[in-house]
Design a protein around this ligand. Structure first.
Ligand code: HAM
Length: 419
């Protein structure tokens, strides 16, 4: 008995009809990001597990429960990348890119893997387009890169987006905030969910990100990072907002915004769609000034983001992608005519004309039916008879009219028609 296979839960095919949107998103990203001076980097799909463990944070959901980790045949622990930033930093340090005289701007695109509970907008293999800038602490970059991202969504014609920003502080101010938060939560600890009770010990800021309404209520009135930022972080945040204003980009300050990854310092942000359900963050990112150093590179401040491509695709209307309808159908009747049609298809394609033919030796009627299904404007009809006379028939499908032309001139004839 044959087995009927299905793709793995949370993993999907992107079929023609849908894939054009993805190509459009990728093309738009390449064009726009390159305009801002970014170059593409292609990072591996898997890395040593340690690349992700420390950088993303050992107490984050991603590392604790979502990574696809396996031992390869030599016993090394490897992990399918759950995100791109850690790999880009690993690559940046491995290739000594911090020796570059200027700031380094890199972008990447491709699949990421997280073993989350699948639901609408949340997959186990999903796609990101990300960008990272290395080598400057200047808050102008925070605003410029967020600006690029907003322009990207504008270009895709996506509306109803909200930019939420926060500054998560740094090594100087965050410990004081952490203490204050623990002090506030101390009495209420046993009201928290099991996950948050663990977070309380190891990573209390993440309690703000808990989906449980109970935990939400517990954090009502809790201190936020806002009251604890050091002078340096305050100035950085204010200047970032100043430059966002210059770009006329509106934002909402959300002092409870924490990200699902631990490497952030100072600026953190998310872009939320008002037109989506629970999984409404379509992009997120921020500054991570310590990560390059943690990976063994010279201290290098950095800033970046990643776009969730699957979620973004769901917000793009069909009209934005190009149609793949062929312009011409080649109908042949008889063996010699078929051979000639076979050659003509190749010649037309070399001229950049999208053309299809029949492969089933069907009757003229069935071939015309196929031509209609393809939605072509012109069908070229070749019969052995016509070939003997050096002629072909060209049928304009939109008006059901035919004309005859010399076979030797058919390429120029079609080019003239479809251009
Ligand atoms: P992230 O917020 O974990 O950040 O992911 C970025 C985006 O990827 C999310 O806003 C969401 O749209 C999409 N995404 C995440 N998980 C899933 C999923 N399971 N299914 C579908 N879409 C998903 C990062 O990954 C950071 N590396 C961003 C960054 C770059 N920070 C600095 N540089």
């Amino acid at each position: 008995m044959s087995t009927k296979y299905q793709s793995v839960k949370g993993v999907k095919d992107i079929l023609p009809g849908e894939v054009e949107k993805w190509q459009y998103m990728e093309k738009t990203a390449r064009e726009l990001f390159e305009l801002y001076g970014f170059s593409e980097v292609r990072i591996p799909i898997f890395e040593k597990t340690s690349v992700f463990m420390r950088s993303i944070g050992e107490t984050t959901d991603i590392v604790e429960k979502e990574m696809y980790t396996f031992n390869d045949r030599s016993g090394d622990s490897l992990t399918l990348r759950p995100e791109g930033t850690a790999s880009v930093v690993r690559s940046y340090v491995e290739h000594g890119l911090y020796n570059s005289p200027s700031i380094v701007k890199l972008y990447y695109m491709g699949p990421m893997f997280r073993s989350e509970r699948p639901q609408a907008g949340r997959y186990r293999q999903f796609y990101q387009i990300g960008a990272e800038v290395f080598g400057t602490e200047n808050p102008e970059i925070d605003a410029e890169v967020i600006g690029m991202l907003m322009r990207y969504f504008e270009k895709l014609g996506i509306k109803g987006l909200e930019l939420e920003v926060n500054s998560l502080g740094c090594d100087v101010c965050r410990p004081k905030f952490r203490e204050a938060l623990l002090e506030f939560l101390k009495e209420k600890k046993n009201l928290l969910c099991e996950d948050c009770q663990r977070r309380f010990e190891r990573n209390p800021m993440r309690i703000f990100d808990c989906k449980s309404t109970n935990c939400h209520e517990v954090t009502n009135g809790a201190p936020t990072i806002e009251g604890y930022r050091c002078e340096n972080c305050k100035r950085h945040f204010d200047t970032t907002l100043f430059y966002l204003d210059r770009l006329k980009i509106s934002y909402i300050k959300n002092p409870k915004l924490v990200r699902g990854l631990d490497y952030y310092t100072k600026t953190a942000f998310e872009i939320i769609s008002k037109d989506m359900g629970a999984q409404n963050a379509i992009a997120g990112g921020g500054r991570y000034d310590k990560l390059v150093e943690d990976f063994g590179g010279s201290p290098t401040p950095a800033f970046g983001f990643a776009i969730g491509v699957d979620r973004t695709a769901s917000l793009i209307g069909d009209k934005s992608h190009s149609s793949l309808t062929p312009a011409v159908f080649m109908a042949a009747l008889g063996d010699r005519a078929n051979q000639k049609a076979f050659e003509l298809v190749d010649s037309l394609r070399q001229k950049g004309i999208r053309v299809e033919k029949d492969y089933e030796n069907g009757s003229l009627k069935s071939q015309l039916r196929k031509a209609n299904k393809f939605g072509v404007r012109y069908t070229v009809i070749l019969g052995d008879n016509e070939i003997d006379r050096g002629k072909v028939v060209v049928r304009d499908m939109s008006v059901s009219q035919q004309e005859e032309t010399d076979i030797s001139k058919i390429i120029e004839f079609i080019i003239e028609k479809v251009k």
